[in-house]
Design a protein around this ligand. Structure first.
Ligand SMILES: Nc1ncnc2c1ncn2[C@@H]1O[C@H](COP(=O)(O)OP(=O)(O)OP(=O)(O)O)[C@@H](O)[C@H]1O
Length: 299
């Protein structure tokens, strides 16, 4: 799997405020990542650091396996981290044309990108006549002009009405379906559940959870297991257990979804009776919402 971005022990202090605290996670190509956390948890600061607009205090990050300088790497990144800023008296198409000139990219993609955000029919309307949702969609089109490998969005649906929220989320999903990797920051659980394949939950700058969204939302929860040896036997035992649904391995961790109620100690004793001693066994909560609430409450 291709790593687009890797954060290692990233840290940022604003005087006494520890905005980002020893944060590490990887972004793999083709996935949709949500950084989920309450207001003030360090989402925007994290995005600012990786986009070189905020200086880190310590730690590191590398783009595209470190093969490029950050300056070069950022040419392959599309990002919207502030409210879109366009000329109000110019049309959408004129604004995008200007951005192409400023960025030094070809203007041939303007039509395609306006279509991607459902604004082609309104391309000749002045920006000042646009609704907030249309302005946000135009910002997405402008971030896509250079066909970025990854699109980064900070709170993409903030301030929009339900229809506008729905449109932006659908557009994000459509863009992801073309293979573009996406990283978005959100304080909305349901947004991350609806749009993202992966989530990094942070609070007070500290990572509380990183993993797949669907594994967090399995209806009865799931087990995470690790074993030092005899992995094949463990996998077949799990598959033979009636309480366990799907079993798969992700980065050396076995993920077993639960289809009938079973506690961690019941599973542990079943495995132990069959001569398997696990080195790691965790039962995850049923839903991302519960998980998020527990995580943010307990940490
Ligand atoms: N330039 C700054 N100077 C001082 N403190 C800052 C600065 N920028 C952010 N902070 C503080 O760092 C912490 C993290 O802020 P950040 O904006 O990254 O959080 P966030 O999760 O993006 O929240 P929100 O969704 O409210 O923007 C907050 O306590 C914030 O007050």
């Amino acid at each position: 799997m291709e790593t687009i971005l890797s954060l290692k022990n990233l840290d940022k202090k604003f005087g006494p405020v520890h905005a980002v605290n020893n944060l590490s996670f990887d972004i793999q190509k083709g996935n949709v990542y949500g950084i989920l956390g309450p207001n003030g948890s360090g989402k925007s600061t994290t995005l600012g650091i990786i986009l070189n607009v905020v200086n880190k205090t310590s730690g590191s990050f590398s783009w595209f396996d470190g093969g490029l300088s950050t300056h070069e790497a950022l040419k392959k990144v599309g990002a919207i981290i502030e409210r879109p800023n366009f000329y109000p008296y110019m049309t959408a198409a004129q604004n995008l044309n200007l951005i192409c000139k400023i960025k030094g990219v070809s203007s041939v993609k303007i039509e395609e990108k306006l279509k991607a955000v459902n604004l082609f029919d309104r391309r000749n309307s002045k920006f000042s006549t646009y609704s907030l949702g249309m302005k946000q969609r135009l910002a997405i089109a402008s971030a896509l002009l250079n066909d970025p490998e990854i699109l980064i969005l900070d709170e993409p649906t903030n301030g929009l009405d339900p229809q506008g929220i729905h449109e932006i989320r659908q557009i994000i999903k459509d863009i992801a379906a073309t293979g573009t990797t996406i990283l978005l920051a959100s304080h909305l659980l349901d947004e991350v559940e609806k749009v993202c394949s992966h989530v990094v939950v942070i609070r007070n700058g500290i990572k509380l959870y990183a993993g797949r969204v669907d594994e967090m939302t399995a209806s009865k929860g799931l087990f995470e297991l690790k074993v030092d040896d005899n992995e094949e036997k463990l996998l077949s035992l799990l598959e033979s257990n009636e309480a366990i649904g799907s079993v798969k391995t992700d980065n050396g961790v076995i993920i077993a979804t639960i289809i009938e109620d079973i506690t961690a100690s019941e599973l542990n004793s079943f495995l132990f009776k069959n001569d398997i001693v696990v080195s790691h066994l965790v039962k995850r909560k049923p839903s991302l919402e519960q998980q998020f609430l527990d995580l943010t409450k307990n940490n």
